[in-house]
Design a protein around this ligand. Structure first.
Ligand code: SF4
Ligand code: SF4
Length: 179
């Protein structure tokens, strides 16, 4: 043990320093939040609970059942069941996500050519059984209504199709500009 360490031990220097720090913070504004009363808004692009986008014109899901999201999903947690409609169109009979297997990578959102699946800002969905985490098409559309709605289109515009004015480049940094 060095002389300095010995002096620190005898005179409780570290304890006094710690107490001084505590005292100096006693009357300052707290930085902690009283969750769940106080909540921090989720950042744009937050990867929360899944939703299927509802087409505002038709009121139905935008998904066309191409299966790209299921193909790219690394957790294999998306299942899509389709059939042929009366006009020989593809009908999405079932679209299901096992949320407990999802790793929230966002690849399904990125792969979808129609902007038909999203990860919403909603993150408070703990439960006591597995069933609520098995998302059916109806549940996923309800998630869109509850957690995205009108803001959802802004989400696609700003987060997945950003324009140059949304970028704040550093001085001298090249910034992609879309005309
Ligand atoms: S976020 Fe990733 S893991 Fe989750 S469903 Fe989409 S692709 Fe699959
Ligand atoms: S959500 Fe998108 S990628 Fe997935 S099946 Fe529907 S249209 Fe295709």
């Amino acid at each position: 043990m060095t002389v300095n360490e010995l002096i620190n031990k005898i005179f409780f220097v570290d304890i006094i320093k710690g107490l001084a720090l505590t005292l100096s913070r006693l009357f300052t504004k707290p930085v902690t939040r009283r969750y769940p009363k106080e909540k921090r808004p989720a950042a744009l692009g937050f990867r929360g609970l899944h939703a299927l986008v509802r087409n505002p014109a038709t009121g139905k899901a935008k998904c066309v059942g191409c299966g790209l999201c299921a193909a790219i999903c690394p957790s294999r947690c998306i299942s899509i069941y389709t059939s042929e409609g009366p006009e020989h169109e593809k009908v999405v009979d079932r679209y299901e996500i096992e949320v407990l297997r999802c790793v929230f990578c966002g690849l399904c959102v990125e792969a979808c050519p129609y902007g038909a699946v999203v990860l919403t800002p909603h993150y408070e969905y703990s439960d006591y059984s597995r069933d609520p985490f098995y998302m059916t098409k109806d549940k996923l559309l309800k998630n869109w209504d509850n957690y995205m709605g009108d803001d959802g289109l802004d989400y696609f515009d700003r987060y997945w199709n950003p324009r140059s004015e949304y970028f704040k480049g550093h001085k001298g940094q090249a910034v992609f500009k879309k005309d």
